[in-house]
Ligand binder design. Sequence first.
Ligand SMILES: NC(=O)c1ccc[n+]([C@@H]2O[C@H](COP(=O)([O-])OP(=O)(O)OC[C@H]3O[C@@H](n4cnc5c(N)ncnc54)[C@H](O)[C@@H]3O)[C@@H](O)[C@H]2O)c1
Length: 345
Amino acid sequence: MRKLRIAVIGCGRISSVYASAFFNLGKQCQPVLAVDKHLDRAEAFAGQFPGCIPSDNTDIPEFQALLSECRPDVLHVLLPHHLHCKYAAAALEMGIHVLCEKPIDISLEAADGMIEASRRGGAQLGIVFQNRYIDGVQRVRELIQSGALGDVKGAFSTLNWHRPPSYYECDWKGRYATEGGGVVIDQAIHSIDLVLYMTGLKAVGVQGHTARRVLKTIEVEDEADAAITLENGSIYSFFSCNYYTSNSPIRVEIDCENGTALLTLDKMEIRWRDGREEVILPSTGKRGAVGENYWGTFHEKQIADFYEALREKRTAPWPPEDARRTLEVVLGLYTSARTQSEICL
Ligand SMILES: NC(=O)c1ccc[n+]([C@@H]2O[C@H](COP(=O)([O-])OP(=O)(O)OC[C@H]3O[C@@H](n4cnc5c(N)ncnc54)[C@H](O)[C@@H]3O)[C@@H](O)[C@H]2O)c1
């Protein structure tokens, strides 16, 4: 099996999770290029893999010249949110597949630009929502798709996490222009994605509120709530805040005709109306083994799945249009909060 040649742009916090995945998937992939605007970070990342070239050439023509030289099959985009489209599109146009961190970008125009670049370049674009790979999430999606759980009647998600002021002491977090928003677009976007993914339903409307209640040094929201209308008319109730005392386990519940499925962190409990109870725990991975506990353990699964799809010349099972839809809900929530009105999606 030919190893896929791998490039990475952005060697910050999340890059340790990728380095660990590349080690574990060493038979399938070979990192050949690591780029960061801080050369020392690119060097630290590249230094872990023999033959991997570090670079701080981040102007697009120079970056594309580097890609031509190193000939990666895949580029992983691990950059601040507002830069996702810029670098992903540059690679996609060259026919290089891209797996990009969430959110797809911070505007629908940028998301469309990425999807269009992927079509033009004939290269695949995937967006990382690793929690979709939680075993219980997969099970509930199947039970809803097969009709076993019956119609979706409603859903809720809550996220109470802790981000100290120091988390925002960098050049992009906490600002609309670069992060695109706060707790919703950065952290709770996973919960929104999970509800849409498990139910298989589109969101058609959103009424939301945002506030900056506690983290006074940031420009963006540290709290948000919303009532999100799903296409079958059911309501998804959403809450998130970033100023809790700790990173409490996220909770996502889907209430269906034949039972209720509650996800707490990565443990799924299904309570059927007929009295049966099912508990589904992750079959692999140890939380916090690499990176932060709350990132979960499923990056490697999504990366491996992307590589397998590429090798087998099939489409990865999560089209970028899904990530665009999730972003549309996030941006709709922000517009609703700003205009104090319900937004149709
Ligand atoms: N899926 C998850 O659960 C998860 C968890 C954490 C982070 N993320 C995502 O990963 C991405 C990166 O987050 P992070 O926490 O690692 O951020 P970070 O700030 O720690 O890292 C970003 C890196 O990009 C570099 N950079 C900035 N501009 C650049 C440019 N023009 N060219 C090259 N390098 C540049 C910075 O120097 C920095 O090293 C974000 O999209 C974030 O949402 C996802």
